[in-house]
Design a protein around this ligand. Structure first.
Ligand SMILES: Nc1ncnc2c1ncn2[C@@H]1O[C@H](COP(=O)(O)OP(=O)(O)O)[C@@H](O)[C@H]1O
Ligand SMILES: [Mg+2]
Length: 171
């Protein structure tokens, strides 16, 4: 587990770039954290670095949006899903098997249903005194926690970890 502070939205975007460089076919990325913590900001940057050129809008109301980057990517948001069993209709397992990258916002709502191999990135607010203007403008700090489940990430993670340690001070 890696935990460190992102100072602003530029930092969040920079992390997305590092992570994107280590993603490949069939990887599942779970983005966790409260409403407004930065999941969609991160996902948008991640997809951009994975080669998606079109505009990336939040999938909150449509559950899933499909993109073509250097490989096919699904951007999922299960915030509005009332019953985690509904996850079945999205066929995430099949999409991963076909080699798609799947990025799921609010994945912690159904963590047990995602199998045994994923990268989980959690965002938490840190500034309590920041003005709303600065918050919206992307100048707020976030704790980020990166966890990996499954052996397939092992080698890539140690590389990612050393890149992260060059930039941020990791707990
Ligand atoms: N360090 C930061 N990283 C990401 N977003 C930040 C940061 N600081 C401020 N923000 C702001 O927080 C909001 C995050 O919104 P969003 O990504 O849609 O949240 P979520 O998808 O988690 O509900 C944006 O308005 C963004 O400008
Ligand atoms: Mg979102």
């Amino acid at each position: 587990m890696l935990r460190f502070v992102l100072d602003n939205v530029q930092d969040t975007n920079r992390l997305a770039q590092l992570v994107a460089n280590h993603l490949g076919k069939g990887d599942l990325v779970i983005l966790s954290g409260d409403l407004g913590s930065g999941k969609t900001v991160f996902a948008r940057a991640l997809l951009g670095h994975l080669g998606v050129n079109e505009a990336i809008t939040s999938p909150t109301f449509v559950l899933v949006k499909s993109y073509q980057g250097r490989i096919p990517i699904e951007h999922v948001d299960i915030y509005r899903m009332e019953n985690p069993e509904e996850l079945d209709i999205l066929c995430i397992g099949e999409l991963l098997e076909e080699g798609h990258i799947v990025v799921v916002e609010w994945g912690e709502k159904a963590l047990g249903l995602f199998g045994s191999s994923y990268l989980q990135i959690t965002f938490e607010r840190l500034d309590t005194e920041i003005s709303l203007e600065d918050e919206i403008a992307g100048y707020a700090k976030r704790f980020v926690t990166i966890e990996f489940l499954g052996s397939k990430f092992k080698d890539r993670i140690s590389q990612l970890e050393s890149e992260i340690r060059k930039i941020w001070s990791v707990a």
